[in-house]
Design a binder for this molecule. Structure first.
Ligand code: SF4
Length: 634
């Protein structure tokens, strides 16, 4: 790829994809025919850069329409946005969903991450590669986590065109995934979102146990019969749950209907916020003790449990430099984390309302919702919710006649776990490579486009609704996504203080439990006899003995090597060395593995001590706990 403007020209389709997004070019500086008028001035400075943030949407437009991003297409997009081609190339090649090499119009992404690996992803991939070999319409791509862990193994078809088509196969079989890849329009519908929230529906009021059958499979086959009583008796039966503020509408409300949302209590919180005023809203949030959950699978930065998030939001609100911004980051979930998807699919208007309230409190006239490119249903529902709210005067100017203006722009990520880091997601929205930057200054001081910015995850924002309707004491639960070796995988809402063992009992842990990974890929393994501890993470993956633990550790290492942004040496080199060592000893133990186990410790400590962001600092956690707690290579 020539990283300067060359002679390559876009095809008509490529030109149309870009121009539909940006509008027709206004001058020859943007790629239109040259006129005498254009020769009298030159563009530069702010005027040339102020549309840089449209680079990622422009790359999506090309990838959606054509299936890959050619040299001519990239050059055209760069001219339109006045972005140096070398920089745009660096952005395009950062993301897993884009390609700058020709490929078939249909890409079948097959998840090979932890939960899917435990559910047979290797055999699924092999079967698909064999069935689709020689089919030049489809390419099979082994993908990092697709965030469909409760229905593992998972596959996602993206067929380029106008419009692009998507189809999710989960749980995927070779037949179902081939059908989705070759005819995405006739692939079966995904199961309803409430299947991913075992507490959804009437049970949330009574605390009665969830049904023992897993979600209906996409194949249309009947659910398997209930399993016999579990032999895993180390944990007591779970107590009944109190009412669940965050999942209360999932499975109850029609996610496409604003009227239904209002009929179920929607927009009560916003009305109260307008009565209270911004300062009092922030006071209630501070008094509740609400803490940021961050991305449940992307730890790092200051301990989010250490400081009530309302204090940071208040600090942002008081900054004199305007405009302030609000960013909802639903874009960086890692293996085992799918809470954001379930919330956005099941209760999309709640997120619109919560963002409106927080924007009102911090004085932000504009908000960005950054969500994963791998979650087409969540994107569709959120887009519709934003449009409906805008049409009904609940976004835009003078919301509810109270003089407050706020609107939401949806931005799709394109497959980069590091975007779970709060400074990385800002760089992604701005149109740069999403490389984390050192803090301070924190985003609340200098964030999006250099302005004070509140960055919050979906769950933290939704927590604001019960706080405003029920008072500060209403904040008392948190969400956990559970997958792997359990009978009822899904998102659970649990009171604070719930133990890991209680959660596993509620989810129906299987009797041959071998290990539990708490915190996703960046978390730590615990043994089955160590589960009587309070839950401190929103991601739990249970493993039985079907996949050897060394294979799981190697998959964790592959994930971090793949997802490292490469900006700092300890992480860039350390994740590679970690993977190499684990690959060498994947079939060894004892003295035969001792040298590499020692090397893993050295490399891990270097990553933990010297990496810039939470990705590198936590890349050794799972391996360390696997070695020390589970005795994987002993
Ligand atoms: S720790 Fe890794 S992901 Fe984070 S900035 Fe450094 S290289 Fe990038």
């Amino acid at each position: 790829m020539d990283l300067r403007f060359g002679d390559s020209q876009p095809t008509d389709d490529e030109r149309a994809a870009v121009d539909e997004l940006l509008g027709p070019p206004a001058s020859s500086w943007e790629g239109a025919e040259r006129t005498a008028e254009n020769l009298r001035y030159s563009r530069g400075g702010h005027a040339a850069r102020d549309r840089r943030d449209l680079l990622l949407p422009g790359l999506h437009a090309l990838n959606d329409r054509i299936g890959w991003i050619s040299r001519g297409a990239l050059a055209h997009l760069c001219r339109r946005l006045t972005v140096p081609p070398a920089e745009a190339y660096g952005v395009a090649t950062f993301y897993a969903l884009f390609s700058v090499s020709p490929r078939p119009t249909t890409v079948l992404h097959v998840c090979t991450d932890l939960t899917c690996t435990a559910a047979g992803a290797a055999a699924l991939c092999a079967g698909l590669e064999s069935r689709l070999e020689g089919d030049d319409r489809v390419t099979v791509r082994r993908a990092p986590c697709l965030g469909l862990c409760e229905r593992a193994p998972a596959a996602l078809t993206i067929k380029a065109g106008d419009p692009a088509r998507t189809a999710v196969s989960a749980p995927a079989t070779v037949e179902a995934a081939v059908l989705a890849a070759t005819a995405p329009d006739s692939a079966p519908e995904e199961p309803p979102t409430e299947a991913a929230a075992p507490q959804a529906g009437d049970r949330r009021q009574t605390g009665a146990p969830a049904p023992s059958s897993p979600p209906q499979k996409q194949t249309g086959l009947p659910a398997p019969p209930p399993l016999p009583p579990q032999k895993h008796t180390a944990v007591p039966a779970p107590p009944p749950l109190p009412p669940l503020p965050l999942l209360t509408r999932v499975g109850v409300v029609d996610p496409s209907s604003l009227d239904d949302y209002r009929a179920h209590g929607g927009y009560t919180a916003l009305r109260r916020a307008f009565v209270l005023g911004p300062a009092a809203v922030l006071r209630e949030i501070v008094d509740s003790g609400l803490v940021g959950h961050g991305d449940a699978a992307f730890p790092g930065g200051p301990d989010p449990r250490a400081t009530p998030i309302g204090l940071a939001w208040r600090a942002a609100a008081s900054r004199p430099d305007h405009p302030h911004h609000l960013v909802c980051n639903a874009g960086g979930s890692g293996p085992g984390a799918f809470t954001d998807r379930v919330l956005m699919e099941g209760d999309p208007y709640a997120l619109v309302e919560a963002m409106t309230i927080v924007a009102y409190a911090v004085g932000a006239p504009h908000g960005y919702l950054y969500l994963r490119g791998e979650h087409p249903r969540a994107a569709r529902r959120m887009r519709r919710a934003v449009e409906r709210a805008r049409a009904r005067g609940l976004l835009g100017d003078d919301i509810l006649g109270r003089g407050h203006s706020f609107d939401i722009e949806i931005r799709r990520g394109a497959g980069a776990y590091v975007c779970g880091e709060e400074t990385a997601v800002l760089r992604s929205i701005e149109g740069y490579r999403p490389e984390p930057r050192p803090t301070p200054p924190f985003p609340t001081q200098k964030g999006l486009f250099g302005r004070p910015t509140v960055v919050a995850d979906v769950e933290t924002l939704l927590d604001v609704l019960p706080i405003l309707t029920g008072g500060p004491a209403a904040y008392r639960s948190r969400l956990v996504s559970v997958s792997g070796s359990v009978e009822r995988p899904g998102v659970y809402e649990l009171p604070s203080g719930t133990t890991l063992g209680e959660l596993l009992a509620r989810a129906g842990v299987r009797p041959d439990l071998r290990a539990v990974l708490v915190g996703g890929a960046a978390g730590r393994f615990v043994r089955p006899d160590e589960v009587d501890v309070p839950l401190r993470s929103g991601v739990v993956i249970a493993f039985d003995g079907t996949v050897p633990l060394p294979r799981l550790l190697l998959r964790v290492a592959e994930f971090f090597r793949d997802e490292s942004c490469g900006q700092c040496v300890p992480c860039r080199i350390g994740t590679v060395r970690q993977e190499e060592a684990l690959r060498r000893i994947v079939d060894r133990a004892g003295p035969a593995a001792a040298d590499d186990v020692a090397l893993l410790g050295e490399v891990g400590r270097a990553m933990r001590d010297a990496s810039l962001c939470g990705l590198g600092r936590n890349a050794w956690n799972a391996v360390e706990s696997g070695v020390e707690r589970l005795g994987v290579y002993g």
